[in-house]
Design a protein around this ligand. Structure first.
Ligand SMILES: Cc1cc2nc3c(=O)[nH]c(=O)nc-3n(C[C@H](O)[C@H](O)[C@H](O)COP(=O)(O)OP(=O)(O)OC[C@H]3O[C@@H](n4cnc5c(N)ncnc54)[C@H](O)[C@@H]3O)c2cc1C
Ligand SMILES: NC(=O)c1ccc[n+]([C@@H]2O[C@H](COP(=O)([O-])OP(=O)(O)OC[C@H]3O[C@@H](n4cnc5c(N)ncnc54)[C@H](O)[C@@H]3O)[C@@H](O)[C@H]2O)c1
Length: 488
C-alpha cells in the first residue's frame, strides 16, 4: 500500500490500531481504543504488563509494604512512644518475596483478561516497523514473521535498566532492579549505585530487612533530582537515620562481580581513584534507557534522541519537528517523566487524538512519588523552574512551607517529621508546584495535582474545608498561608 498520509479506509487495514508493547502505556492505549470500538492488536515480546507490573511498581511496592511493616515493628523507640513493647520481630525473606511474586502474577493475569474482554487481539512476539502503517511481528517461540497493517500504530516499548560502562552485572552479586524485585537473598553489606527513585526505595527495603547499605551518588549531593530542601530533610530520616553510609560526588567507575564484589570509586571532578570497596552485593540504580533499537524506526525516517522517540504533546511521532501521520509513541520510550501513570495518560491521549478528539498531555499536573517510609512526592514546577518562569513572565513567585509537626494527625502518629513546600504565582494565586516529604506524601500530592491541572488559585483553594484531624490539613495550612500572601 502506498502511503500518502491521506489514505483513510479502515477496512483495507488488518486493524484500526496496532500497539507495540503491553506495559501500562500500551495497555491503556489498547483498552481505550478497544472500548471505543476500534479493532486493536497489541504485540508483546516478554510479559504482559511490562516493567511496572512485572519488574517495577508492583513487586517493589509489595516489598516496600512488607519491609515497611518490619521496620515499624522493629522500631522500639517509636513504639515505646505509644507505650508499646513488642517482641523482637522475625520475618521470612522467601515469604516476602512470594508475596511480591504472587501479586505480580495476579495483576498480570487481571490485566491480560481485561484486554481480552475489551476485544483486543494479543499477539505474542517482537514487533518492528515495516514502513508506514505496517508492523512485522516475529512470533515468540516459532520465530515466524508476518507483517500486519493498521491505520494507526502506537509504539509503547518502554525502557530497561541503564548499566554504565565499566559496571559488569551477573544478576546475582551485581544486579539491577530487574533482579532486586525477586529478593533472592539478603546481602549483609549492599552497595547501591544511584540515589534516585530506585536507589531510595530499595535502600528502604534492604535496611528494614537488616542489611547495611553504602549509597554511591555521582552528583554532588544525594537525591540530586529532588527539591533541595525536601532532599535535605528526607535524607535526615531516610539515609542518616539508618544503617546507610552515603557518598556523594563519587563515580562507581568499575564494578567486578564475585565474592566479594569490588567497586572502584573515582572522584567525580578529578576522575582520580579515591577508594576500592569490597561488598557482598551491588544494586545498580543509575537510570533507565529506552527500548527502541529493534523498532526499525529508520523505515519511517524517525531519528531518536539518545534512543528516545521524539513526540509532540498529542503523542505524534516527529521527524524534523513535523508529525509522521498515523504514528504515535507513548510511555518510557518517549522519555517524558518515566512513570507508569504518565505512560497510561499518554496512551489515552494518543487514542483520543486517533478518535479525532484533539487532546494534549499536561505534564505539569502529573504527580510523582517515592514510596519510602515516609514518602516523598512532588507535582508541577521545581523551585528553580518556577523562579525562571516568574522572571520570564514578570510575576513574583510565592513560596510557603507547611510542617507536619504542626499537624494533629501526624503528631498522633508520632510522625511529626515532614514538610510541604508550595509554589504559586503571587499575583494570580495560581498553584505552580508542590514538594512534600512526610507520612502519606504520595496520597497528599494528588489534591495539589488536581489543583495544578485546573490551574486553580490558592484564593479559591484556601476556602475549601478539610477533614479534621487528617494529614490533608498540611495542604490546607499551605493554601491558607499562600492566600494571605496573595491577598496581602
Ligand atoms: C523498580 C521500579 C519501580 C517503579 N516504580 C514505579 C512506581 O511506583 N510508580 C510509577 O509510576 N512508576 C514506577 N516505575 C516506572 C514504571 O515502571 C514505568 O514508567 C512504566 O512501566 C512505563 O510503562 P511503558 O508502558 O512505557 O513501558 P514498559 O512498562 O517498559 O513496557 C513496555 C513493554 O514493551 C515490550 N516490548 C519492548 N519492545 C518490544 C517489541 N519490539 N515488540 C513487542 N513488545 C516489546 C516490553 O517487553 C514491555 O513489556 C518503576 C520502575 C522500576 C524499574
Ligand atoms: N516510585 C516511582 O515512581 C519510581 C520508582 C522507581 C523507578 N521509577 C522510575 O524509574 C526511573 C529510573 O530510576 P533510577 O533511580 O534508576 O534513576 P534516577 O535517574 O532517578 O537516578 C539515578 C541516579 O544515579 C546516579 N548515577 C548514575 N550513574 C552513576 C555512577 N556511575 N555512579 C554513581 N552514581 C551514578 C545519577 O546521578 C542519579 O542520581 C526513574 O526516573 C523513575 O522514572 C519510578
Amino acid at each position: 500500500m502506498r502511503f500518502d498520509g491521506s489514505l483513510f479506509d479502515g477496512s483495507s487495514f488488518d486493524y484500526d490500531v496496532i500497539v507495540v508493547g503491553a506495559g501500562y502505556g500500551g495497555f491503556d492505549a489498547a483498552k481505550h481504543a478497544a472500548d471505543h470500538g476500534l479493532r486493536v492488536a497489541i504485540v508483546e515480546s516478554r510479559d504482559m504488563g511490562g516493567t511496572c507490573v512485572n519488574r517495577g511498581c508492583v513487586p517493589s511496592k509489595a516489598l516496600l509494604a512488607a519491609s515497611g511493616r518490619v521496620r515499624e515493628l522493629a522500631d522500639a523507640e517509636h513504639l515505646a512512644g505509644f507505650g508499646i513493647h513488642a517482641a523482637p520481630v522475625r520475618f521470612e525473606r522467601q515469604k516476602i518475596a512470594d508475596h511480591a511474586n504472587q501479586l505480580v502474577a495476579t495483576i498480570r493475569s487481571n490485566l491480560t483478561k481485561t484486554l481480552e474482554r475489551a476485544g483486543a487481539t494479543i499477539l505474542r512476539g517482537q514487533g518492528r516497523l515495516a514502513g508506514h502503517q505496517h508492523v512485522t511481528v516475529r512470533e515468540s517461540g516459532s520465530g515466524i514473521e508476518r507483517t500486519i497493517s493498521a491505520r494507526d500504530v502506537i509504539l509503547a516499548t518502554g525502557s530497561e535498566p541503564f548499566v554504565p560502562r565499566g559496571i559488569e552485572t551477573d544478576g546475582r552479586t551485581v544486579f539491577t532492579s530487574d533482579e532486586a524485585v525477586n529478593l533472592e537473598w539478603l546481602p549483609r553489606w549492599l552497595a547501591i549505585i544511584g540515589s534516585g527513585y530506585i536507589g531510595l526505595e530499595f535502600a528502604d527495603v534492604y535496611t528494614a530487612l537488616g542489611c547495611e547499605v553504602t549509597m554511591i551518588e555521582a552528583l554532588d549531593r544525594v537525591m540530586p533530582t529532588f527539591d533541595p530542601d525536601i532532599a535535605k530533610l528526607a535524607a535526615r530520616t531516610l539515609i542518616n537515620g539508618r544503617d546507610i553510609d552515603a557518598r556523594a560526588g563519587v563515580l562507581a567507575r568499575k564494578v567486578t562481580p564475585g565474592c566479594p564484589v569490588k567497586i572502584e570509586l573515582a572522584d567525580m571532578a578529578t576522575k582520580e581513584l579515591v577508594e576500592t570497596l569490597e561488598v557482598d552485593a551491588v544494586l545498580v540504580a543509575t537510570g533507565r534507557v529506552p527500548t527502541s533499537a529493534v523498532l526499525n524506526l529508520a523505515a519511517v525516517g524517525v531519528e531518536t534522541e539518545r534512543g528516545f522517540v521524539p513526540v509532540d504533546e498529542r503523542m505524534r511521532v516527529l521527524v524534523g519537528g513535523e508529525p509522521v501521520p498515523h504514528l504515535w509513541a507513548v510511555g518510557d520510550v518517549t522519555g517524558k517523566m518515566m512513570l507508569a501513570h504518565t505512560a497510561a495518560a499518554q496512551g489515552t491521549v494518543a487514542v483520543d487524538n486517533i478518535l479525532g478528539h484533539s487532546r494534549q498531555i499536561d505534564y505539569r499536573s502529573i504527580p510523582a512519588a517515592t514510596f519510602t517510609h515516609p514518602e516523598i512526592s512532588s507535582v508541577g514546577l521545581s523551585e528553580a523552574d518556577a523562579k525562571a518562569l516568574a522572571e520570564q513572565e514578570g510575576f513574583e513567585l510565592g513560596l510557603v512551607r507547611s510542617y507536619f509537626k504542626a499537624n494533629s494527625k501526624a503528631l498522633a502518629e508520632l510522625e511529626g517529621e515532614g514538610l510541604m513546600k508550595l509554589l504559586f504565582n503571587k499575583a494570580s494565586g495560581e498553584v505552580l508546584g508542590a514538594h512534600i516529604f512526610g507520612l502519606h506524601a504520595a496520597d497528599l500530592i494528588q489534591e495539589i495535582a488536581n489543583a495544578v491541572a485546573r490551574r486553580q488559585s490558592v484564593l479559591q483553594l484556601a476556602t475549601e474545608v478539610h477533614t479534621h484531624p487528617t494529614l490533608s490539613e498540611v495542604v490546607e495550612v499551605a493554601y491558607k498561608q499562600a492566600a494571605m500572601a496573595v491577598a496581602g
